[in-house]
Design a protein around this ligand. Sequence first.
Ligand code: ADP
Ligand code: MG
Length: 348
Amino acid sequence: MHVDDIPQAQAAAIEVVGLTKLYGVGKPAVDSINLRIASGSYCCLLGPSGCGKSTTLRMIAGHESVTSGDVLLENRNITNLPAAERGTAMMFQSFALFPHLSALDNVAFSLKMKGVSRDERHKKGLDLLERVAMGHLAQRKPAELSGGQQQRVALARALITQPKALLLDEPLSALDPLLRIQMRAELRRWQKELGLTFIHVTHSQEEAMALADTMVVMNNGLIEQTGSPHTIYNRPANEFVARFMGGHNVIDLPTGKVGVRTDKTYVSHADSAESTGLPMVPAIVTDVEYQGNYVLLGLQHPGTTRSANATADLSVMLSEGQFAREPFSVGEAVQVTWTPQSAHPLSA
Ligand code: ADP
Ligand code: MG
């Protein structure tokens, strides 16, 4: 496929301003969020279930009415336009293809709804299927296609309306893990080749980090942090982001909370710990988990107890070799330390 072949496909920047959704009474599902997504970028909306990701995406798509605020596509206010007139297209979970229709009829479906003649919509549909290397399978039903082929059909179906932005709501979450990783690489490749703006909703940190140019971490209808995967992972703005992204210890110090990456947090046996001038907090080993190429230690602050299903207060990664040289066992007293450069303050 060549980018030049895509007719009139132009990326557009998307902006949401004070976007709010109130379902009935109570707390808004989306609470006055502001966001600017660069043209031609891959944006992932990430957050726990119920935080307002799908509602945000549906308001951008025009599938959900807006309580207040605006949605702009390339500086054009599209807040009150019908979905079909916005220049956006949606791709749904598991691609949501019609099982009884051929790949071609799936792709051409929206043109049929618009009253385009059979010949014309089939010509256009086939054209798009060819662009995603699926022309030879145009007559197959979805059940006769692999997951990867189905994704391409879903992509062709979304592209037939010549959108400026593609909106994807958990498109990979129902797939088995191996296929999910293959499909996400393919999505990323298509996004680059097409140069379109993609907004992809996911609850998977790993998926968002693998795909996104810009990650938007949401919680309780609010945006907690927006930034590149590198920034979000290495500089989580607050405790929620640090804990949600994982791989971080949140350490409570007299000066406030700091985040330190698990792989940059170190332990030594309490009786052999030397004063190095580095920050140090005492802890007790509560878990020793073998994880293949490393060992994960779970630690508890002394004098605290944790309920059976709670996670450890802190965790530390040790390479297999490190652990073999200096093993730790459950119940042991240790000192936890880190270098000041690897710690950063978390706002409340
Ligand atoms: P996410 O996609 O992040 O899991 P949603 O945007 O689907 O979250 O939902 C955000 C909140 O809005 C949740 O509390 C959910 O129960 C509520 N909600 C979503 N859709 C509706 C609806 N159609 N009517 C009432 N409440 C809804
Ligand atoms: Mg959702």
